[in-house]
Write a protein that binds this ligand. Structure first.
Ligand SMILES: [Zn+2]
Length: 214
């Protein structure tokens, strides 16, 4: 497609073009932009990407992206550790944190069940969530997944696992809720505006109540 005059140029374009949403044309434009700019900027860009991949860790408690073994939210004693909000990934945590309406902690699944994409329950951080519930210290688990078929499937799967784990242990008194669907069906959490998302967290409903339609 392109007759590159330089192998270095070609490599840089090819590497960038591997990113989602970036074609060769865009990649070439970005590379030429970098070439025109200051060396300091390209050094900073390169280093931030290398360090991102090498040094980033995942919180041992909630699986959120973190610079430390336990993330800032999980190590914050002002947060209510008996309320866990279950989300798909870090973008949802960022969106919910932006609402300033939630003072519990999170559990990041790392995706949602999607047989079409070959993602089953075993690929997600579900066992660690069930283990947390089994300790009996959790009062509420809020399911805050996308209002899609995959989100519903994941909600139901986790609900069943939690029910099975808690059966015969009434003393645990765990409530499973879902965020109110002020969010339009099919919407991803991260695209929802802060006010709607904040309200849907405050107006959450017991998950059982949403099961009637099944
Ligand atoms: Zn954490």
């Amino acid at each position: 497609l392109y007759n590159f005059p330089s192998k270095l140029l070609e490599n840089a374009v090819n590497e960038l073009a591997k990113l989602p949403g970036i074609g060769k044309k865009t990649a070439l434009r970005l590379v030429l932009h970098l070439l025109k700019g200051d060396t300091i900027n390209t050094d900073a860009l390169g280093e931030s990407i290398i360090r991102l991949r090498r040094d980033i860790t995942y919180c041992k408690k909630c699986h959120n992206i973190s610079d430390t073994e336990i993330c800032l939210i999980c190590s914050n004693l002002q947060r209510d550790h008996s309320i866990i909000c279950v989300v798909e990934d870090v973008r949802d945590v960022m969106a919910i944190e932006n609402t300033n309406q939630y003072k519990g902690v999170y559990h990041i699944l790392g995706g949602i069940i999607s047989p079409m994409d070959g993602i089953g329950p075993g690929n997600l951080n579900i066992v660690t969530l069930i283990n947390k519930a089994a300790k009996g210290e959790v009062k509420e688990i809020i399911m805050a997944l996308s209002a899609t078929m995959e989100g519903d499937t994941t909600n139901f799967y986790i609900y069943k696992r939690l029910k099975a784990c808690l059966s015969g242990r009434q003393e645990f008194n765990l409530t499973i809720t879902t965020i109110a669907r002020g969010i339009a069906i099919g919407d991803d959490l991260e695209y929802t505006d802060e006010i709607t998302l904040g309200r849907s967290i405050l107006n959450r409903t017991p998950y059982e109540n949403t099961l009637v339609k099944y």
